[in-house]
Design a protein around this ligand. Structure first.
Ligand code: GLC
Length: 395
């Protein structure tokens, strides 16, 4: 699991323009919130456009919120009326999205929230995010789990192949039958760690963990905006530099990266979010796939003054300078036995210089240089301010 994906948070909450959890975070009365069902009419929803935006950014999968904490379902489910078929729009948006994904060869993943602020039996005092349960006194997790399973059966049998399942909010109850059921319906699916057991992969959220290589399958997630995952009119957007650096580091560590957008109530991805995706995507596409499906470099690489993670793909070594380079050269702290045959900057394909020799700054005792050091030179450290630099070495 070492891919770049688009997370999409979309539901009736988009119409609040506030947050995907607006119901709780802005304490909206249920009667008010439920009125959104009767206004949901995204006349400009064009799932193929979403898929094209993801594809242009170099993304290989889309993870869509089938049901968020509000309990509203974005597909034609038999198990509750609280679903998209009962809006003025009246169409199964998940079906439309799954068809667009199939058409463009885009993998589809599904997000499903365990907290459900609409279902009468869902209250789970062992878990978090239970803020707006309508009927805590009717808590019945046996019944609720049946509901979840019924819905998963719909989701995992009606929408083609599903790449990953993103459970949200761990129930803190161990029930291995849940993931076993999921796998019985989609044998190749990968399942995250926010469900009823530890699943297949970890999900650091809005976080770039320390370290050089994940020891477990990992999918990090982050949104283009700082405040919300769903559409927020007054969103604070991350810099392209911050996002590309995070993506490079996470993916160099062997993880996947889900970058989220929150489409507007009319179905369009906000202009600013599209712009961010275009710019991030421009860098990502120039990386030509070197961030995906690689192996760790088997030797220690430490560069003087410069953060670096090294990976290997098809016999080539890649140095990810995820914070860029502070000077026009990088110097290996431990020189390899021989220099590489060539060094190329993946960002724009240019050849870099290779120097294997004594450097005055590396003096040992008596002011003598310590032995040959490998340096890569002529790095355009001032030209790519908004993106990490990746160097390809051929030995
Ligand atoms: C958190 C939030 C939720 C969001 C998710 C994405 O769990 O509660 O709103 O969907 O993060 O990872």
């Amino acid at each position: 699991m070492n891919k770049f994906g688009m997370f999409i948070h979309w539901g009736i909450y988009a119409a609040t323009g506030l947050h995907e959890q607006a119901l709780a975070r802005y304490d909206i009365p249920f009667e008010e919130y439920d009125k959104l069902v009767h206004t949901f009419n995204p006349t400009e929803f064009d799932p193929e456009e979403w898929v094209r935006i993801a594809k242009t950014a170099g993304m290989q999968y889309i993870c869509f919120t089938a049901k968020h904490h509000d309990g509203f379902c974005m597909w034609d489910t038999k198990y509750t009326d609280y679903n998209v078929m009962n809006t003025p729009y009246g169409k199964d948006v998940l079906k439309m999205l799954s068809e667009a994904c199939a058409k463009y060869g885009m993998r589809l993943s599904l997000y499903y929230s365990n907290p459900d602020w609409h279902h009468e039996n869902s209250y789970n005092p062992q878990s978090t995010h239970q803020w707006r349960c309508r009927y805590p006194e009717k808590a019945d997790l046996v019944k609720y789990r049946e509901y979840v399973k019924n819905q998963l059966r719909e989701l995992l049998t009606g929408y083609g192949k599903i790449y990953t399942l993103f459970w949200d909010i761990p129930p803190n109850i161990l029930d291995e039958s849940m993931n076993a059921y999921v796998r019985s319906l989609q044998p190749e699916i990968l399942i995250n760690d926010r469900g009823w057991d530890k699943g297949d992969f970890s999900t650091p959220e809005r976080d770039v963990p320390n370290g050089e290589r994940f020891t477990r399958m990992t999918e990090a997630c982050q949104s283009v905006g700082e405040q919300a995952w769903g559409y927020r009119a007054d969103e604070d957007y991350f810099s392209v530099r911050f996002l590309t650096q995070s993506i490079d580091k996470i993916m160099a560590m062997g993880g996947s990266y889900l970058l989220n957008v929150g489409p507007m109530p009319n179905g369009k991805i906000p202009e600013r979010a599209r712009h961010v995706l275009e710019r991030v995507g421009d860098w990502y596409v120039r990386m030509g796939g070197v961030l995906e499906d690689h192996e760790p470099y088997p030797f220690v690489v430490k560069l003087q003054h410069t953060a670096c993670i090294a990976t290997v793909k098809k016999d080539k070594t890649y140095l990810h300078l995820y914070e860029g380079s502070i000077s026009s050269s990088v110097n290996f702290e431990i020189a390899p036995a021989f220099p590489p045959k060539s060094a190329r900057l993946v960002n724009d394909g240019r050849e870099l210089g290779i120097r294997f020799g004594l450097l005055p700054g590396w003096g040992g005792a008596h002011g003598r240089a310590n032995g040959p050091t490998l340096s890569l030179t002529n790095i355009p450290c001032d030209e790519f301010e908004n993106e990490p630099l990746v160097i390809e070495l051929e030995w």
